[in-house]
Design a protein around this ligand. Structure first.
Ligand code: SF4
Length: 300
């Protein structure tokens, strides 16, 4: 016998690829920044922190559902775009309820901006860690301040590094996302070098790349229409190769490009697999097409 899933999400809902099998709980709605020029994920939503009682009721209801189904999720992911921006007291209540309702859950994950991380004290982050918060996902996108400014990311490179180190010091694993092609042709060189520098300084537990796609309706798409020069497929592979070539990590970093935006999926543990992946990208670079990805529509 099947029961209807008991909670109604406020759509659209997003989660990282590695949280594909996680139970999603909405702690916040939308994104507190909601300005990044390339992003349309939460443009239809007005940011708000959900009421504690509503979040807790969702956790209890969905636990009853899993109980009836005779199964349990192994991971839980707190949405939306930067759920770490919720007040610490609210997150504490959610994590405590998760521990009661889902005692077998192995990890709770969360999306976070650098701003969210900087706003929390180290003690608050340690408290959240002690209550089960296992991993935070940060869209750093670039280590280049010009690119971060151009895309209205809301934090500069040194803030990204400081925030990341703070989360890692609290014992929370960190997954960092960088975006290939974000600075276009003009800023590609500094995007590569500064991103490699920031990633090396952070040495996150996990690293992934996304490919910048001009999504219709976004300011980034309008920039492309007005002549902003996107990278070709060959350039994108070259950026990935050169970022990785310039990274010097101080811990093992699990690297993957499994996001749907990427044409070339690669992965491994860095630095052990760094040379192999760089060589692989070099061979792809030689053969790569010179068009843009995705191809530009005829009117652009
Ligand atoms: S912080 Fe993330 S979710 Fe929010 S607008 Fe920027 S890219 Fe989108």
């Amino acid at each position: 016998m099947y029961w209807n899933f008991p909670i109604a999400y406020e759509e659209p809902v997003f989660r990282p690829p590695s949280e594909g099998k996680s139970l999603l709980i909405q702690q916040t709605i939308g994104c507190s920044n909601n300005k990044c020029t390339y992003c349309n994920m939460y443009r239809s939503k007005t940011y708000r922190v959900r009421k504690d009682e509503d979040v807790l009721a969702d956790i209890v209801k969905v636990a009853e559902y899993y109980d009836k189904m005779g199964t349990v999720p192994s991971k839980i992911f707190l949405c939306d775009g930067d759920a770490l921006g919720a007040p610490t007291e609210s997150l504490v209540k959610s994590l405590k309820q998760i521990a009661i309702s889902f005692p077998k859950v192995k990890r709770v994950g969360i999306y976070a901006t650098a701003e969210n991380m900087l706003e929390k004290t180290s003690e608050e982050l340690e408290l959240l860690k002690s209550l089960g918060l296992g991993i935070a996902y940060l869209g750093m996108e670039s280590g280049c301040d010009k690119v971060l400014h151009l895309t209205v990311k809301g934090n500069n490179s040194s803030e990204m590094i400081e925030a990341s180190k703070k989360v890692i010091s609290a014992g929370i694993e960190l997954s960092v996302i960088a975006m290939l092609g974000l600075g276009g042709k003009k800023l590609t060189e500094s995007h590569v070098l500064e991103t490699a520098k920031a990633l090396s300084a952070i040495s996150p537990h996990y690293l992934s790349f996304l490919t910048t796609i001009p999504v219709p309706g976004t300011p980034y798409h309008r920039m492309v229409e007005r002549g902003f020069e996107m990278l070709t497929v060959k350039d994108l592979i070259g950026e990935m190769r050169d970022i990785l070539k310039n990274c010097q990590f101080s811990r093992d970093v699990l690297f993957r490009t499994n996001h749907v935006s990427n044409m070339y999926p690669v992965g491994g543990v860095l630095p052990a697999d760094q040379e192999r992946i760089v060589n692989l990208l070099e061979s792809w670079y030689e053969e790569a097409p010179l068009g843009t990805y995705p191809p530009k529509p005829a009117h652009m």
